[in-house]
Design a binder for this molecule. Structure first.
Ligand code: UT7
Length: 325
């Protein structure tokens, strides 16, 4: 038995914030943002829209495609660093919204690699025979933890969620191999300093703007390229595949220059690399499932295609998944 992706879905806010809009907030310009990151615009959650909002819509779309009832879902995993509440998990809110009464639900926090971790966990539940159907969701509302006065970070992030339904199947199609790894010694390179219990929100925290994403971008950039290459190589090898066997490479959308560098190192031709960072920016755990759903709905992915998903994020965390579609 292995987990096969039988449905995908995604949801992003309607509100678009362009680079020209960001020019009005900080000392930056469209040309810098486009050439340094590949981003042209991003989606920003409106009033009353939370991570659970987009996660729920994405989940419903994935279940509709899978033609599966909510009551048939055994496991719901939401990967996010922007949960609606510290607890309960956003996964429990999604469970409630879709009425998945027979599921167990929990969140995982692995930053931009969260969806990869979630797929790996769900696949292992399936492989042990513990469950039949899982909803794996990655979603964020990063705009709420973005410092809109910091030009080093505010142009990078966006909001949205993506989801897949994984179902137990025998045969050659489905998740082939997963790999993920962490390096906790570098946690300070990318983190949210306050709003957890170490630094609860106080006036001092607000004055020092500690509740916003803090990133040493340049360091993260270099490590991301190496780690994403490592992860992709690991799953290719474990799947007995070479890069020539890969039909579509879907990397985490953090920076177009990172994507290009990883693809170059791996030898993936650009036409096999899925890119949508220009429209959404970095949606952290949402980025890969949103891209996967877009590629699927556009008909880019065909039955039997070999797909590699590859991510890197705060933690540090990284990982990859190989799928035969
Ligand atoms: O999601 C997973 C984790 N995240 C990532 O993988 C992100 C990784 N990092 C990056 O994508 C890039 O490092 C950034 C896009 C964040 C920055 O690009 P960079 O080429 O690494 O630039 P830098 O940080 O080395 O900064 C170069 C200059 C600096 O000016 P000085 O000190 O040289 O005068 C920055 O202040 O660019 C400046 N800068 C900007 N200028 C205009 C930084 N942000 C901006 C901006 N507009 N928005």
């Amino acid at each position: 038995m292995r987990g096969r992706v039988v449905g995908t879905g995604s949801a992003v806010p309607e509100k678009i914030l362009t680079n020209f809009d960001i020019e009005k907030l900080v000392d930056t310009n469209d040309e810098w943002i486009r050439t340094r990151t590949g981003i042209r615009e991003r989606r920003i959650a409106g009033e009353g829209e939370y991570t659970s909002t987009f996660a729920t819509i994405a989940a419903k779309k994935a279940m509709e495609m899978a033609e599966i009832l909510a009551s048939e879902i055994d496991l719901i995993i939401v990967a996010t660093v922007t949960p609606d509440f510290p607890f309960p998990g956003t996964s429990c809110l999604v469970q409630d919204s879709i009425n998945a009464v027979n599921a167990t639900a929990f969140d995982i926090s692995a930053a931009c690699s969260g969806f990869i971790y979630g797929l790996s966990i769900a696949d292992k539940y399936i492989k042990t025979g513990a469950i039949k159907n899982a909803l794996v969701i990655g979603g964020e509302v990063l705009s709420k933890i973005t410092d809109w006065s910091d030009r080093n970070t505010c142009a990078l992030f966006g909001d949205g969620a993506g989801a897949v339904v994984l179902s137990a199947e025998s045969g050659s199609r489905g998740i082939l191999e997963t790999f993920h790894k962490s390096d906790g010694s570098k946690w300070e390179l990318l983190y949210q300093p306050a709003a957890g219990i170490r630094n609860p929100v106080t006036q001092k925290v607000i004055d020092e703007r500690l509740m916003y994403i803090n990133m040493q971008g340049n360091e993260v950039f270099k490590l991301a390229v190496k780690a994403m290459e490592e992860a992709a190589v690991k799953v290719l090898k474990a799947s007995s595949m070479t890069i020539e066997d890969v039909d579509l490479f879907i990397p985490h959308q953090a920076n177009l220059r990172i994507i290009d560098a990883v693809a170059r190192r791996l030898g993936v031709p650009s036409e096999k690399v899925y890119i949508n960072i220009d429209h959404y920016g970095n949606t952290s755990a949402g980025s890969i499932p949103i891209a996967l759903d877009e590629a699927n709905r556009k008909g880019i992915i065909k039955e039997g295609n070999n797909i590699i998903l590859d991510a890197f994020g705060g933690g540090l965390t990284w990982g990859a998944v190989s799928i035969c579609w």
